[in-house]
Design a protein around this ligand. Structure first.
Ligand code: G4F
Length: 329
């Protein structure tokens, strides 16, 4: 039975990846921060066979202990402060967890394996936010980085550390440069979920408006369930590498609003959306669109859910959740 350790098990990707690995017969260990983490029951309900461990990306010794308990064949580092907007307010902590956390996991593997790092396969959750102010379109593995937020800078550090440990110690270390990926499990702070929840609540008469920031930014949005499959595939190859994971389509926040509101029969959303400067960012990433040709050719990966299907899936799920929360509607 292969053994996998996942940091960031409580997040959207951690849950989908844990489910995927458990279904493939893995013994799955999930790392959680803090005693009595309130999200533990959610993880245990989604992945009944999960074994939860305590550990913190700020604490190397806790990571070494996690390696000793889990004895993993594969480590997936998904833990991070992942909300870009927050990273300006928590710039130092973002550097500590999202950036330095990667180095600590790599060090924990190096110490645990006594420098024989190829024994443990490592996946780093890198991000299209590293492209930032994009140098070319579409973005691919060879595109230069120009991050625009403390989050993007921290992810770039983690990415290069992953490459460096591969080159320095022969680590089987892969970096997945994932473009935005969403699902009904997405946190409410991200724009897709904020919109799909808002649309559901407006349709049910529970909310009047959605307050947003920049409506003109464009993102390449895919389905998180498809993207965790790519993470696993990267670690099953003969050689480690870096891969862009994306749909190859880009849409604006306005397009997102069009599809989400159409799902509840509203064609003109302008009366329901207001812009609030609070949600604008000090520096914006205007356009992201990925070229996942390498992933398709080398991993045999391609996304299954397209943009419209994704947004409709999320509105449908939010209608169900909001109806349950307000049964009188
Ligand atoms: O949904 P977002 O917060 O995602 P963002 O910043 O693109 O980052 C996400 O994807 C990355 C992959 O590229 C991940 F690495 C990262 O961890 C995260 O998962 O914002 C998307 C866009 C931005 O341009 C933002 O300015 O939506 C714009 N936006 C407009 N109004 C808003 C809002 N974003 C949020 N969160 N809230 C708003 O009210």
């Amino acid at each position: 039975m292969p053994r996998a350790l996942i940091t960031g098990i409580t997040g959207q990707d951690g849950l989908y990846l844990g489910e995927l690995l458990a279904a493939k017969g893995y013994e799955v260990f999930g790392m959680l921060r803090g005693q009595n983490n309130p999200k533990a029951p959610i993880v245990e309900a989604a992945i009944p066979s999960i074994q939860l461990l305590e550990g913190d990306l700020r604490d190397l010794s806790s990571l070494i202990s996690a390696m000793e308990i889990a004895q993993p064949d594969e480590v997936y580092n998904l833990g991070a402060i992942s909300f870009v907007g927050l990273s300006w307010k928590l710039a130092e902590l973002t550097g500590e967890i999202t950036g330095m956390g990667v180095l600590r996991v790599l060090e924990a593997i190096r110490i645990h394996t006594q420098n024989d790092m190829s024994r443990v396969r490592f996946y780093q959750a890198s991000s299209s936010e590293m492209f930032g102010k994009v140098r070319e379109t579409p973005q691919r593995e060879a595109t230069a980085f120009h991050p625009r937020s403390p989050y993007g800078v921290a992810k770039t550090f983690g990415h290069y550390m992953t490459v460096n440990y591969r080159e320095s110690y022969g680590a089987f270390a892969c970096s997945g440069i994932l473009f935005n990926h969403e699902s009904p499990r997405r946190g409410y702070e991200f724009v897709t979920r904020k919109v799909t929840r808002g649309v559901a609540r407006i349709a049910l008469g529970l909310q009047e408006k959605i307050e947003l920031g920049n409506l003109d930014a464009r993102r390449d949005w895919g389905f998180a369930g498809d993207y965790v499959e790519a993470m696993w595939l990267m670690l099953q190859q003969d050689e480690p590498g870096d891969f862009v994971i994306a749909t190859g389509e880009t849409h604006s926040i306005r397009d997102l609003l069009d599809v989400a509101f159409a799902r509840v029969g509203v064609n003109d959303w302008t009366p329901y959306v207001v812009q609030n400067p609070r949600f604008f960012r000090p520096a914006e990433v205007d356009l992201l669109i990925g070229d996942a040709t390498c992933a398709r050719d080398k991993l045999g990966w391609k996304p299954q859910v397209e943009f419209r299907g994704l947004v409709e899936m999320m509105v449908t799920a939010d209608l169900e959740i909001e109806r349950k929360l307000s049964p009188q509607r």
